[in-house]
Design a protein. Structure first.
Length: 317
């Protein structure tokens, strides 16, 4: 069953009519013709609707339950994937998935933050909120990739790092900071893709890359709109205003030079055509790898560091 967002109600009604027509039999109505007309209307409405989404609506699309998740990208784009577990310090964290594989024939290390799709998998993956052991596992895999001269690909989809007392007790802030530090040490190409929600330090821990890509309707921000509204206005109903103020859309962030490329999504969002969306991501990853290919290890590391230092200069002078 398709999940419709609040603002997609007109689409839901039209597609409901299409389903009803398809179940009609023994009538004189030219069903195929009528279905085709309604389908054209759906596509027109989707095009109009998705061309002018507000920041809050984009946040809803970024969190859509049917959007392809990190495990989907790995399963679809990575051949011969071999998962690697544990941080060799404390334990395994299912919120962070990673391992070795091949991307279009190239050996890579791939790491993703997985939210889960249903109740059981969401609980297993802790709703995509990593604990320190998750970030320390990511560090271990990045250092292994560096040692074996394998490029790194990360798929980011998280509301943020896990804020529980146990995570704080085991050094959550240090683990995130160390992940960023390790990212800046790498002498291999590093590409990060924000596939849904890029929340706070939990996202940047795996997003300090040479090339940062965002899907067209994904979001990337220091805090969620709800969190921002509760802190600034102490009012949960202000999330729409918070979303606008945060400048969290891909279109805002390419303008601010925080990201490097926007990957277009299929009509109506990645959740309507996951295979098409993942194919577009694969093509952009390939383009970025081709652009980084002429750089040696020292240049890759230097350019990555310069990129983030330059972010702090936006608006100065």
């Amino acid at each position: 069953m398709h999940h419709y967002l609040e603002f997609e109600k007109p689409i839901a009604e039209l597609e409901g009519k299409i389903e009803e027509l398809r179940h009609l039999t023994g009538t004189e109505v030219n069903i195929a013709e009528e279905v085709a007309k309604l389908q054209t209307k759906v596509e027109k409405q989707l095009s109009q609707l998705y061309s002018k989404l507000t920041a809050w609506q984009k946040a809803q699309v970024a969190r859509h339950p049917d959007r392809p998740h990190a495990v989907d990208y790995i399963e679809t784009l990575i051949d011969d994937f071999t998962p690697l577990a544990g941080d060799r310090l404390y334990g395994e964290d299912a919120a962070v998935v990673g391992g070795l594989g091949r991307f279009r024939g190239r050996s890579v290390m791939v790491i993703g933050i997985e939210k889960g799709k249903d109740t059981e998998s969401r609980v297993k993956h802790n709703f995509g909120m990593a604990k320190p052991e998750g970030y320390r596992k990511a560090q271990r895999l990045m250092l292994m990739a560096d040692h074996f001269k394998m490029p790194v690909i990360t798929f980011v989809d998280t509301s943020g790092a896990f804020p529980g007392a146990d995570a704080e007790a085991r050094g959550q802030a240090e683990a995130i900071a160390k992940s960023i530090e390790v990212s800046f040490q790498l002498r291999v190409p590093f590409i990060s893709v924000i596939i849904g929600e890029g929340g706070s330090g939990g996202a940047i821990a795996l997003g300090s890359a040479n090339a940062i890509l965002m899907l067209e309707h994904s979001i990337y921000s220091v805090i969620s709109p709800e969190g921002c509204a509760s802190i600034l206005w102490r009012d949960g109903t202000m999330n729409k205003e918070a979303a606008e103020a945060l400048r969290l859309t891909a279109q805002d962030l390419i303008e601010l030079r925080t990201i490097d490329a926007i990957v277009p999504e299929p009509l109506g969002g990645a959740h309507r055509d996951p295979i098409g969306a993942m194919g577009a991501v694969a093509d952009e990853i390939q383009r970025q790898f081709d652009a980084l290919a002429p750089l040696d290890g020292g240049q890759l590391r230097a350019k990555r560091r310069e990129k983030f230092i330059d972010m702090g200069k936006v608006g100065l002078g």
